[in-house]
Design a protein around this ligand. Structure first.
Ligand SMILES: [Zn+2]
Ligand SMILES: [Zn+2]
Length: 190
């Protein structure tokens, strides 16, 4: 007997009344959106996505709280160097049977008992956390990726990577190879 493949699918019918904890590790390639971003070169997902979640019944619905962790290969916005960012997110979701009347319904935010929950719909008996998990990952990607907090970036004057080399722009004229270029920008120097 082969071991069942790790999966983010859960049968609502067999979900125990008292709820269930799940811990799943999947290759990033399992997630269509992550595959797409990797192939488009926006950022690179080639590690493991670890999900731990608790699922509990809420009347006809299922509440899912948990967290996801993975790594993303990013490009630093200052020095343009590649680096690996660790990505983690916590989520609270509510899965509701898809209403017959509104097949176009999309996920949204709902408030239940004071909790703010992302609402997803499921069809039949099966909840699939794949979409929600990949959305959580994308939402937690850094908006302004930095290889490190104090990355000094590329000098706009001479193009030097200031993390690795000394930039001569700030030095007195005549000391660096780009001194002549720097002088072009000077106005009314005494
Ligand atoms: Zn950088
Ligand atoms: Zn410079």
């Amino acid at each position: 007997m082969k071991k069942p493949k790790p999966s983010l699918r859960v049968s609502v019918e067999t979900l125990p009344q008292e709820g269930m904890d799940m811990t799943v590790a999947l290759p990033a390639a399992h997630f269509p959106l992550l595959r797409q971003m990797t192939s488009e070169g926006e950022c690179r997902f080639d590690g493991t996505v670890s999900v731990s979640a608790r699922l509990t019944h809420r009347e006809q619905m299922v509440a899912v709280t948990g967290s996801v962790e993975t790594a993303a290969g990013m490009r630093c916005g200052r020095c343009l160097g590649g680096y690996e960012a660790s990505v983690s997110a916590s989520f609270s979701l509510l899965y509701s049977p898809r209403p017959d009347t509104d097949t176009e319904a999309r996920s949204e935010i709902v408030h239940v008992d004071g909790d703010e929950l992302g609402l997803y719909f499921f069809d039949g008996d099966e909840i699939d956390l794949t979409d929600a998990v990949q959305e959580q990952i994308l939402l937690s990607l850094p908006m302004q990726p930095l290889c490190r907090e104090d990355c000094r970036g590329i000098c706009p004057g001479c193009g030097a990577d200031r993390n690795r080399e000394t930039c001569f722009c700030g030095k007195p004229a005549g000391t660096g190879p780009f001194a002549a270029l720097a002088n072009l920008n000077l106005k009314d120097e005494p």
